[in-house]
Design a protein around this ligand. Structure first.
Ligand code: NAI
Length: 333
């Protein structure tokens, strides 16, 4: 058996964590031979609830779990961390403006970035899920300067999975037959779900999704809107936000960072822009990426961007630039 790793989950008493922790503990993310310590961070008023979560982890009787560390102390939570799922954040309350939400959350991620910098391993992989995820991840990385920027990413994998599943449904095939959809930009309603480079396996041969669907109006309108507003549709139906699917996506994202992507497949992940596809540098922008085992990723290059896609990329980049500027201002005090 390998040496145990230390995996942090923040917001550990919340609903996404409740699904995520079980996946981690049974080996779905880091593999069936990787023992781990679970470091579970939440805020002081949630320590009672967290105690219940710890009881349940114990009662699952899972052999990979070598220990559980429930805490509200950042220095304990991030100590020697190998991987961190940054889920905890303040939810939007009634009457809150977008900027108020940004203000509350970027400050949490500034503080947690500083703690990662101080206490985590320098090769820690940090996945930000808590919203506004892209900009939170950017601030987290900014305040953890001793950890490579490439080790920080934000989650658009839920949107990616939604897009893949939606195309599979439209084509009447299994979800595993569709690959290489892309989510560009922000994990918000300005994201651009893009099917133009996706392929589908039909009767054993690979075909472009655009050709197979043969309905550009659907791909540029209904498909885009369905994926952009899927989170709201889940809330309307469930009266609570997506948690099972968000936790599954977080596991998918981290597993790909750990083990790499399959040959010929790319996935969507928000990473710090290097200017690829004329996206402004230094915003946390979702791109198509391929990943080598161990987490080094490459932004897929050379994809053709038509006029429609250019417009969509520019809209979401503009929003991220505004968020970044607001966040920098809010964190400067
Ligand atoms: P939740 O409200 O059930 O749980 C959030 C937990 O975070 C709570 O237990 C809360 O006490 C904790 N928390 C708040 N401030 C904290 C802090 N400073 N340090 C540690 N923990 C803290 O929310 P849920 O459903 O688990 O969602 C968590 C976040 O994930 C939200 O921001 C949500 O918007 C976001 N989200 C992101 C998705 C994505 O695709 N990137 C998809 C779905 C949700």
């Amino acid at each position: 058996m390998a040496e145990p790793i230390r995996v942090v989950v923040t917001g550990a008493a919340g609903q996404i964590a409740y699904s995520l922790i079980y996946q981690l503990a049974k080996g779905d993310v880091f593999g069936p031979n990787q023992p781990l310590y679970l470091h579970l961070l939440d805020i002081p008023p949630m320590m009672g609830v967290l105690e219940g979560v710890v009881m349940e982890i114990t009662d699952c009787a899972l052999p990979l779990v070598k220990g559980v560390v429930p805490t509200a102390d950042l220095s304990v939570a991030f100590k020697d961390a190998d991987a961190a799922f940054m889920v905890g954040s303040m939810p939007r309350k009634q009457g809150m403006e977008r900027k108020d939400l940004l203000s509350a959350n970027v400050k949490i991620f500034k503080e947690q970035g500083q703690a990662l910098d101080k206490y985590a391993k320098k090769n820690v992989k940090v996945l930000v899920v808590g919203n506004p995820a892209n900009t939170n991840a950017l601030m987290c990385s900014k305040y953890a300067p001793s950890i490579p920027r490439e080790n920080f990413s934000a989650m658009t994998r839920l949107d990616h999975n939604r897009a893949q599943a939606s195309l599979a449904q439209k084509l009447g095939v299994g979800v595993d037959k569709v690959r290489n959809v892309i989510i560009w930009g922000n994990h918000s309603s300005t994201q651009f779900p893009d099917a133009s480079h996706a392929t589908v396996e039909l009767n054993g041969t690979s075909k472009s999704v655009v050709e197979a669907i043969n309905d550009n109006a659907f791909l540029q309108d209904e498909f885009v809107k369905t994926v952009q507003t899927r989170g709201a549709a889940v809330i309307a139906a469930r009266k609570m936000s997506s948690a099972m699917s968000a936790a599954k996506a977080a596991g998918d994202h981290m597993r790909d960072l750990w083990f790499g992507t399959a040959p010929g497949h790319f996935v969507s992940m928000a990473v710090i822009s290097d200017g690829s596809y004329s996206v402004p540098k230094d915003i946390m922008f979702s791109f198509p990426v391929t990943i080598k085992p161990g987490g080094s990723y490459t932004i897929v290059q050379g994809l053709k961007i038509d006029d429609f896609s250019r417009k969509m990329l520019d809209i979401t980049a503009k929003e991220l630039l505004e968020e970044r500027n607001d966040a920098l201002e809010l964190c400067s005090d």
